[in-house]
Design a protein around this ligand. Structure first.
Ligand SMILES: NC(=O)c1ccc[n+]([C@@H]2O[C@H](COP(=O)([O-])OP(=O)(O)OC[C@H]3O[C@@H](n4cnc5c(N)ncnc54)[C@H](OP(=O)(O)O)[C@@H]3O)[C@@H](O)[C@H]2O)c1
Length: 384
């Protein structure tokens, strides 16, 4: 039986790579749903090639155009946020890959889990914002939540066969991004173009900026806390510029297990989609002679303040990580539009975290309200 996959965010970096994985394994996977935010042209192109049952275009103004373009195909077309939230729950879907970026991933992930669908989760913001609710729901429904983020996939792979063994520490590796080793003064002057130039990974704009500011690593720490049920003090960040060791687990006996490979997101995507099987592929293989040295260093939190803000949010808990995420989304967008500088992003986030009201035990509605309030507050700070 082929696994029928819904790819939410098929036009993005993760989404397009997931389609490459499906193309390599037509005997195993079938495309059931494809969705895009605004990129109607690519969505139509993908739909014609992969012939899903359903496509959703987030931007409702593009519905007529997409419908017209696909009118010769047996493909249902929907538009808008509610359709996006619902498609993963369709009875014909076997697995949902959430490759949306930002807060937009939360409700569709929630709905897919409510419907008892296994979720392959690339969208880390979902766990940053509401990791408690999402993990509880997955447990309650007895459905797997499979990490796609390379670091969490690495940890997940290290934990296979270790169910009864205690984790002492999780070590998340970070490439350090394009500004590794730079000073705050240097960061004050960096441009959008420099920040988008990641040394090891080709990704969407938002995560690329998060990687340059190390907010991405902070998000990943929060994501790891929820996925693997560890305390914040059990999570360590180590800068590893080559991005070959994707992360490590240290067990109670001090032994370390690492997962390694070339930096290629197709591998964790394929691992999650094919789990528990490892699938044959022709991706390039690691060659030790190409990497005579693997190096490790401490992350400089005095320069990369976003990393300490994320740990602060994780320690405070409640709706604070949701505030952190919303403020970061506003700050990144403002930086990408050259409205604020690189270093100012941290100030926007810090001030928003101070201003938005604290909720200790939020439910889904509280998270939705917090996101809205934090975006408003952060936008006001940006506009000042
Ligand atoms: N890229 C990576 O290598 C990588 C690695 C690890 C984790 N992740 C995580 O995976 C997620 C996706 O990252 P990405 O780099 O693939 O992002 P991306 O390239 O920006 O793609 C995002 C996708 O989501 C869609 N989308 C964005 N906003 C939407 C909205 N409001 N409503 C509906 N659809 C929307 C986009 O549609 P349009 O194309 O129409 O805009 C696109 O299909 C992020 O959470 C990221 O942190 C990514």
């Amino acid at each position: 039986m082929k696994r029928r996959i819904a790819i939410l965010g098929s036009t993005g970096s993760i989404g397009t790579q997931a389609l490459e994985v499906i193309k390599q394994h037509p005997e195993l996977f079938e495309t059931e749903v494809l969705t895009a935010g605004r990129n109607a042209e690519l969505l139509v192109q993908q739909a014609v090639e992969f012939q899903p049952n359903v496509v959703v275009i987030g931007d409702e103004e593009k519905y007529d155009w997409v419908s017209r373009e696909l009118s010769d195909h047996p493909i249902k077309v929907y538009a808008g946020r509610e359709a996006l939230a619902q498609v993963g729950a369709m009875s014909t879907v076997d697995m949902v890959l959430v490759a949306l970026v930002g807060f937009a991933g939360l409700v569709p992930t929630f709905r897919a889990l409510e419907a008892g669908k296994p979720v392959a989760l690339a969208n880390k913001e979902t766990l940053v914002v509401a990791g408690d609710l999402v993990m509880n729901l997955a447990r309650e429904k007895g459905v797997p939540l499979l990490p796609v983020d390379s670091e969490h996939s690495a940890i997940f792979q290290c934990l296979v066969g270790e169910a009864d063994n205690k984790i002492e520490k999780l070590i998340l590796t970070a490439s350090g991004g394009p500004f590794r080793g730079k000073s705050v003064d240097f960061l004050r002057k960096v441009t959008r173009c420099q920040a988008l130039n990641h040394p090891n990974w080709k990704m969407g704009d938002k995560i690329t900026i998060d990687s340059a500011s190390l907010m991405n690593k902070g998000f990943e720490a929060i994501e790891a806390k929820w996925l693997f049920d560890v305390a914040p003090e059990q999570i360590e960040i180590v800068v590893h510029p080559q991005s070959i060791v994707h992360s490590l687990v240290q067990f109670a006996d001090g032994s370390l297990k690492a997962q390694m490979g070339l930096p290629d997101m197709k591998l964790p995507i394929q691992y999650a989609m094919g789990f528990p099987k490892r699938l044959v592929n022709d991706f390039p293989r690691f060659n030790f002679t190409d990497y005579p040295e693997l190096s490790f260093e401490k992350a400089d939190v005095s320069v990369f303040r976003n990393l300490s803000l994320a740990f602060e949010a994780m320690n405070q808990g409640g709706n604070i990580p949701c505030i952190l995420n919303a403020a970061n989304e506003v700050a990144v967008e403002a930086f990408l539009k050259s409205r604020i500088g690189f270093v100012e992003m941290s100030s926007v986030i810090e001030q928003t975290m101070e201003k938005v009201s604290f909720v200790k035990h939020p439910g889904l509605d509280d998270y939705l309200r917090t996101d809205e309030e934090a975006r408003r507050v952060a936008s006001e700070i940006v506009a000042k």
